[in-house]
Design a binder for this molecule. Structure first.
Ligand SMILES: NC(=O)c1ccc[n+]([C@@H]2O[C@H](COP(=O)([O-])OP(=O)(O)OC[C@H]3O[C@@H](n4cnc5c(N)ncnc54)[C@H](O)[C@@H]3O)[C@@H](O)[C@H]2O)c1
Length: 247
């Protein structure tokens, strides 16, 4: 099996893309550690996996708990880090609370850096790799979604910068940029009462018929980028969006 014996840490694994990715890696023989703030969701995911994972609840806003998650995953070394935890809140910019802006950056961006920082010494030893989750929001401006979009642009920057810094040490770092994926996050409604022009929201609809992605579509890309098949791929942002950004 492709990931037999490989030690893989997957965050955001209580739901959506992270859950599908945990299931995908376990089915390919990996020894998986799953992390998320939602402990009950993690247990549900564990019950869906082909092998028993290490289950480690953590809070992305608490950087010591991010480091403890990596320590727990890497007791016997670490080959792959999949950073998938994330949150969104959106709404008209004039009404957007700065506290929400800061929390989104903490969860989506700073914690990703802290997890990479903690994992990299292990990945240098194993010549492993990191796959981050950016978004099509990392590649374009999005009305009403400024904090999320800023946080994902920053994930793209972290990915490319670390790829350069660690290439000579044999560590690859890539990111996936999903468009619309059918998960609870994508169903987050705007706050009520704000003035939202829906024509600005809908301009980035997928072009393919049934163009929204399923979590498994994204999990397949995680599996590809983390595998030897992608051994020449680093510093890349992989879009999977049903043609959303095609024009
Ligand atoms: N669904 C989409 O359309 C879409 C598109 C592009 C990118 N993404 C990204 O994909 C990733 C996964 O999202 P999803 O769509 O599967 O959503 P989801 O809501 O199903 O999963 C997100 C997970 O992150 C966890 N999480 C949130 N805050 C956390 C915190 N403080 N500490 C630890 N865990 C926390 C949640 O508990 C949840 O299990 C996110 O980074 C998201 O930004 C999603």
């Amino acid at each position: 099996m492709e990931f037999e014996g490989k030690k893989v840490l997957i965050t955001g694994a209580a739901s959506g893309i992270g859950r599908a990715t945990a299931i995908r890696f376990a089915a390919a023989g990996a020894q998986v550690t799953i992390g998320d703030i939602n402990a009950a969701g993690l247990e549900e995911t564990a019950g869906m996996m082909a092998s028993t994972p290490k289950v480690v609840p953590y809070d992305a806003c608490d950087f010591d708990s991010c480091r403890a998650l990596v320590d727990a995953a890497a007791t016997d070394g670490l080959d792959v880090l999949c950073n998938i935890s994330g949150m969104i809140k959106w709404g008209p910019s004039l009404d957007f609370a700065v506290e929400d802006f800061e929390r989104i950056l903490k969860v989506n961006t700073t914690s990703v850096f802290v997890l990479c920082q903690a994992a990299l010494p292990h990945l240098v030893k194993s010549k492993g790799n990191i796959v981050n989750t950016a978004s099509t929001a990392a590649l374009q401006g999005l009305a009403y979604t400024i904090a999320y979009s800023a946080s994902k642009h920053a994930v793209a920057a972290i990915t490319k910068g670390l790829a350069i810094e660690f290439a000579a040490k044999g560590v690859r770092v890539n990111a996936i940029c999903p468009g619309h994926v059918d998960t609870p996050l994508a169903a987050t409604p705007p706050p009520t009462g704000g003035d939202v022009d829906w024509s600005l929201v809908m301009r980035n609809a997928p072009k393919l018929e049934n163009g929204s992605c399923e979590p498994l579509d994204i999990a397949e890309m995680f599996a590809y980028l983390a595998s030897e098949r992608a051994r020449k791929v680093t510093g890349s942002l992989f879009t999977i969006d049903g043609g959303q950004l095609a024009g």
